[in-house]
Design a protein around this ligand. Structure first.
Ligand code: ZN
Length: 376
């Protein structure tokens, strides 16, 4: 949803991913923690400051993860499957299909996040306060700092702009009041964009007042919120359009098939250069035995193309994301977003009958919009 993300592991059966933006933020946060440690505790050694910085960063990321896990656990407890947790810029996102349930569940799932951050703040604050005699001053100070950070996290997430938790609470309230999930999402998303622009304006004002770092930071977070709010709504619209649509309605069908003993040169000349597809099924005696992709061909040096055969460079079907022709498109969309190949094969009785790529989806949507005569 927000760009590239990497899988880092599973916790209680839920896939945890890290957005590419997070890598930059992780470094920035660790570095600023280091700066803070070396300024606040001048008698700390260089290694000591690095240690404190790493500890604070780990505890901070841990806090964000616990916040997201709280959302995930309540989702699962309410019977809503959690797709994954992605940590990104200023927190995380737990993907779960709340729209199939009521506003009450949405309220519970959203509220438990800031609540958890509040509890973590109290926990860190208490340890810092009570452990003051036992813990070293930098350690107690760091825990106190984390208490404030978690409080800030709770506060920021309560801002009423979707997709923040506060925006979800707002959505659940509007949903409850109007009975319309789509209307509630639209209003909460507009609120998110509004809050985002306010943050951008505050950042610019701050910037003009001379605080460069603070200004850029605020403007950046605001801009990110605007984008996230917009993307969340667009994704909802997309899912809405795809409701009741099946894979075979969207797929590129009537596929051209490449014989396995063709040379790569002929495959390039007669297929890839001639038709607008990035992959072709390879068929032998009426059965699909693999897929030749543009990426696969690119890996072979050009001068070897005339002498190498398709058979040796196709990818086996077993490695591909496969769906049935009657698979629901909203489910296929999730697979298309998650898969690294950016392609879903539609298979019937062991034969590839179609391919769905983001391009096919865009083409389908364009046509759907052009033909749509419903009053909107
Ligand atoms: Zn949250």
């Amino acid at each position: 949803m927000f760009g590239t993300s990497w899988r880092v592991g599973r916790i209680i059966g839920i896939e945890v991913r890290v957005d590419s933006s997070w890598a930059v933020i992780a470094l920035l946060i660790t570095y600023s923690m280091y700066l803070r440690a070396s300024i606040v505790y001048p008698d700390l050694s260089g290694a000591g400051a690095v240690g404190i910085a790493i500890l604070s960063a780990v505890l901070f990321f841990g806090s964000v993860l616990v916040h997201e896990l709280a959302h995930a656990l309540v989702s699962q407890a309410r019977g809503i499957r959690v797709q994954d947790i992605t940590l990104f810029l200023f927190g995380g996102a737990t993907r779960a299909r709340v729209e199939s349930r009521g506003p009450g569940d949405e309220f519970l799932i959203a509220a438990v996040g800031p609540l958890t951050s509040g509890i973590l703040a109290a926990l860190f604050g208490t340890i810092a306060g009570l452990g003051g005699d036992v813990l070293s001053r930098p350690l107690a100070g760091t825990l106190g700092y984390l208490a404030w950070t978690n409080l800030l996290l709770a506060g920021f997430n309560l801002v009423p702009g979707f997709p923040l938790d506060g925006g979800r609470l707002l959505r659940s309230a509007i949903w409850k009041a109007t009975g319309s999930f789509n209307r509630a999402t639209r209003i909460a998303s507009l609120a998110g964009q509004g809050v985002g622009w306010l943050l951008v304006a505050a950042g610019v004002a701050w910037l003009l007042a001379g605080d460069l770092a603070g200004g850029i930071w605020f403007a950046f977070i605001g801009w990110f919120l605007v984008q996230a709010a917009r993307a969340s709504y667009q994704e909802l619209q997309l899912r809405d359009m795809l409701r009741g649509v099946e894979a075979e309605d969207v797929m590129a069908g009537n596929l051209l098939r490449i014989p396995p003993d063709l040379s790569l040169q002929d495959a390039v000349d007669d297929y890839f250069m001639r038709y607008d597809h990035s992959a072709f099924p390879v068929d032998e005696q009426g059965r699909t035995i693999g897929l030749l992709t543009l990426r696969g061909v690119r890996r072979v040096p050009r001068e070897q193309w005339p002498s190498r055969r398709v058979r040796d460079f196709m990818v086996p079907l077993g490695d591909q994301v496969v769906v049935a022709p009657d698979a629901r498109m909203d489910a296929v969309l999730g697979k298309l977003e998650d898969g690294e190949a950016g392609r879903v094969l539609v298979v019937q009785d062991g034969e590839v009958v179609g391919i769905i790529t983001p391009t096919d989806l865009t083409r389908w949507l364009r046509r759907w919009r052009a033909l749509d005569t419903r009053a909107r």
